[in-house]
Structures are given as C-alpha cells and as structure tokens.
Write a protein that binds this ligand. Structure first.
Ligand code: NAD
Length: 494
C-alpha cells in the first residue's frame, strides 16, 4: 500500500448511492435520502437512500423468492463454494479501493482498515466457502430397526444489522456463514457507514451470486432496521451493536414472528497486568494499542486497565510514553496511528465521558480533548484516567471511544473481583509470566475471550462473542454456521 495510491483514491467523487435489491441498484420507494458526512473534514461526501419499511419488505420478498427458487439454497455445496471463492477474490482485488472508501466514511486509520475491513472480509468469505463442502450430517446411534439421520438445512431469510466501526468485517462474519449455508440475506448497514457494504453486494453479484440472494437496504435504525426486525418473513436476525438496540430487537422478535435473534453487544473489557509480566514495556505498548487503535471504537477494546501495585508506577510510566507516541491524524495518511472518530455525535459522547469521569473523582493523566478542530473533522486525544472505582460511570459504561479507566490491585482475587465487576463480558486480557496464574485467570474472568500476554488479533478460526450483557451470539469459526442452519431429523423404520 503506497501513499500515492491512497491519495489518488481519496479524491474520487462518490456518486449518490442506491439500495441494492434483487441484484440491482434501486431507488428507495419514498425517494428520501440521507447525507453522508466525512469524519475527516465534516463535509458531505455523498448521499445514501433512506430506505424504510416498504423497501425492507421488497428486499425480504426478493430474498424469499430467491430462496424458494433454489438457485442458491439448493445448489450443490461445491457450486456455492465456487461462487463464494470468486467473491472473496474480487474483494481482495478491490481491497485498497474499498478500504479508502470505508475510511472516508467512518474515519478508521487506513493501515488498520485495510487489513480489518476488505482483507478480513475476503478471508472470512473464503473460510466459509471452503468449509461448506466439508461439513457432514449425522447418523444417530439408534437400534438396528431404525435409521436416524440428522440433516443440516438453511433457515431461509437472514436479516443482518451491523455497526459503523467495522461494517465490512462484522458484516462478513454474518453474511459469510449465512450464504455458505444456502440462505438469502438482507443487510441493513449502519447509516453513518453504508458505502462498503453496498460495494460488497455489487461484487457478490459480479461473482455470480444469483439475484436476490444478497440485498442491502440502507437507512436509519429506527425505520429500516426496525422494519427488518419486525418483518414476519425474516427467519433470523444477526445483530452487532449496542445493548439498548439489542434489547429492542428481542422485543421486535417477540412482537412479530419469534425470529431467532443473535446478539453481539458492547464491552468494557478488563486488561489485567500482574507484577510478574515478562516485559513491561511491550505489555504497555500493546495495551495502549488495545484501547486506542481506531480511536477506541473496537468492541473488544481493553477499556479497563487493572495493574498490580508493585509495578503500577513503572507500567503507567511506560503506558504514558507509548500513548504519547500514538499520532492522531488524517486517517488516510499512512503515518497516522489513530484516525478520526466516526461522527460528531460520538465525539461529543466521548468528551462528555471524559468530563464526567473527572467530575466523579477520577484523575486525568492524559488527553481526552478535541484536537485538530481546524480540520472540520472529529478528532480526540487518547485519554487515560487513574483512580477509577467500580462505582464510577467510566468503570461501568461503555464509551466506545479513546478513554481508558485505570485502577490497581494487590492480590489475585481482588483482580478477579475488579475484572468481573461489570455487566459486560466480551473480552479481557491477562499479562503474567506464570502459566498457573494465566490458566486460573482464564477460568475466573467472565468474558468470551481471555487474551494472555497479548491483546486482540485473533483470527477467523476462533469464535467471538460475549458473556453477560455483551450478548450471546457467536461470530466466526465453524460454530457460527449453527446460527444460520437448522437440524432436521429423518426417522426411518427399516
Ligand atoms: P447501535 O446499536 O446504535 O447501531 C447498530 C446498528 O443497529 C446500526 O446499523 C443501526 O442503524 C441499527 N439500529 C439502531 N436502532 C435500531 C432499531 N431500533 N432497530 C433496528 N436496528 C437499529 O450501535 P453503533 O453505535 O452503531 O455501534 C456501537 C456499538 O456496537 C457498541 O456498543 C459496540 O460495543 C458494539 N459492537 C459490538 C461488537 C461485537 O462483536 N460484540 C463489535 C462492534 C461493535
């Protein structure tokens, strides 16, 4: 990736976007449109269609028709694999163009966006493409007078609703297994970052995915999103986003057709540093990246740092040095370590959380201010607050921004108590030189993932999902296929 290539792509005009329904671009029935604002300079980048209930209904009908016709749902697994592999190749071929488009939309630093968005999405699609002709049904261990067969079948129409931080990566985690299993899909992208998912759908079509199998309806959560959640002909809703919206979707399911709802929600993940951490400087650097990359807009961000007293001063010194080295700047400049906050509203939320933390007695050690104001974009310096207690909002509430809460502990049980003093349970980390401490902590911390002597960076082969109020769905790995398939028994008298 070269700066000159990025610069060429960044100035390309982005045409007004349509919905993608039934294999082609389509105007929203109401013809309403939404402005897309650049997080980099605050200007209007383009417009998207403000889809509503009627557009969702049309997309679901097209998805259902495609499913019933069977050109995808009943195609041989090897055929689906071929199309999905071509789809993955196309995403890869257009990776830089897609990455730059996404950064212009949501502000993630390009180095991270390039890997985490198109390349990760291509890898995910390829993983499920390759899996699909290797998964067998079952023969049950019955008596000899019957044959019990367990078939795995696609569910039908899958609704997908994703957030703005990594729409393509998270979208692919759901679209990949859903399509591989033979379902049709209707995606409602986040209203402030829809562009890459629209591009993805066009590439799927180019790869040979039959019309109507993958549809994208842009629009607002309260209208298009809720219409998808309430639709009587959607079989599954796969959601990543906030807890408040997750609760709403469960209600929508109860009020409509009891569709299955898979929720991947927020986090407030503890990052625990024991005094026997092998390399304090390295741990501090990785921890700074673990909370501040993509401006903290990462569901698994290590936003609560818990450090053992004996090394507290040393570790915090290294953390402040590592944080000061992180350059916040234009996300399309390869020298920036941290890009823009996705929207002005999110920036205000982050700044408010920093102000409230101080008012509640936390000690500001660094940052937490709006910067680069002259750019017209949304930028904030990474914030570190010490002496945060479990009673404070900064301990309990997800900011989803570059704001770190820090406290210290003396004994292991205290660290476990602090780590688990949260309604969330998405991710966590433990830094220690002791294998025994590491294994005890892996068992004791209530979270879907416990990193040991690292933070982040897992690949598609392992599941991701939360405990407690971080949700109960599982993206990634072969386990994700369970969410998009149903088991059917054939009970045959012999
Ligand atoms: P959000 O919940 O506000 O929005 C997520 C999506 O839901 C968007 O597409 C939005 O349009 C849609 N939506 C909003 N209201 C809706 C409604 N009433 N009905 C249907 N859809 C509706 O979340 P966000 O601000 O986009 O993203 C940030 C949140 O996502 C954070 O809480 C973060 O932790 C979480 N997240 C979780 C993971 C994970 O894997 N667990 C990953 C990334 C982000």
């Amino acid at each position: 990736m070269q700066q000159a290539q990025i610069d060429r792509l960044r100035s390309a005009a982005i045409p007004a976007q349509q919905l993608f329904v039934g294999g082609q671009p389509m105007t929203a029935i109401s013809e309403a449109r939404l402005d897309v604002l650049s997080p980099i300079d605050g200007r209007v980048l383009t417009t998207i269609a403000d889809g509503g209930a009627a557009d969702i209904d049309l997309a679901v009908k097209r998805a259902r028709r495609a499913f019933d016709e069977g050109s995808w749902s009943r195609a041989a697994p090897a055929q689906r694999k071929k199309v999905l592999l071509r789809f993955a190749d196309l995403i890869e071929q257009h990776a830089l163009e897609i990455a730059v488009l996404g950064v212009r939309d949501n502000g993630t630093e390009i180095g991270m966006a390039y890997k985490a968005e198109p390349l990760s999405a291509a890898g995910t699609i390829r993983y499920y493409a390759e899996a699909i002709d290797k998964i067998y049904g079952e023969i049950a261990p019955t008596g000899r007078d019957v044959l019990g067969l367990v078939h795995r079948e696609p569910l039908g129409v899958v609704g997908v609703i994703v957030p703005w931080n990594f729409p393509l990566m998270i979208g692919a985690w759901k679209i990949g297994p859903a399509l591989a299993a033979g379902n049709s899909v209707v995606v409602k992208p986040p209203e402030i970052a829809s562009l890459t998912l629209l591009r993805l759908a066009a590439l799927a079509s180019e790869a040979g995915l039959p019309d109507g199998v993958l549809n994208v309806v842009t629009g607002r959560g309260a209208s298009a999103g809720e219409a998808l959640a309430l639709h009587m002909d959607v079989d599954v809703l796969a959601f990543t986003g906030s807890g408040a919206v997750g609760r709403r979707l469960l209600e929508c399911s109860a009020r409509s057709n009891l569709k299955r709802v898979h929720l991947e929600l927020g986090g407030k993940s503890p990052n625990i540093v024991f005094a026997d951490v092998p390399d304090i400087k390295h741990a501090a650097k990785v921890s700074a990246n673990g909370i501040f990359r993509n401006s903290g807009q990462v569901c698994v961000a290590g936003s609560r740092l818990i450090v053992q007293s004996q090394v507290y001063e040393h570790f915090m010194g290294e953390l402040l040095v590592a944080t000061a080295k992180l350059r916040v700047g234009d996300p399309l400049d390869l020298t920036s370590d941290i890009g823009a906050i996705s929207s002005a509203a999110q920036l205000r939320k982050n700044l408010g959380a920093a102000t409230r933390a101080e008012a509640q007695g936390a000690k500001r050690l660094a940052g937490g201010k709006q910067i680069r104001i002259e750019s017209g974009g949304n930028f904030m310096s990474p914030a570190i607050f010490a002496d945060v207690t479990p009673k404070m909002d900064l301990w309990q509430e997800e900011v989803f921004g570059p704001v770190l809460a820090v406290t210290r502990f003396d004994h292991e049980e205290e660290a476990v108590g602090l780590a688990n003093a949260s309604s969330f349970g998405l991710a966590s980390a433990v830094w220690t030189g002791s294998l025994s401490t590491a294994h005890r902590m892996v068992r004791a911390v209530h979270a879907g993932v416990v990193h040991v002597n690292t933070y982040g960076g897992a690949d598609i082969s392992v599941p991701l999902g939360g405990f407690k109020q971080s949700g109960f769905g599982r993206d990634k790995s072969l386990h994700a296929l369970d969410a998009y398939t149903d088991l059917k028994t054939a009970w045959i008298a012999l």
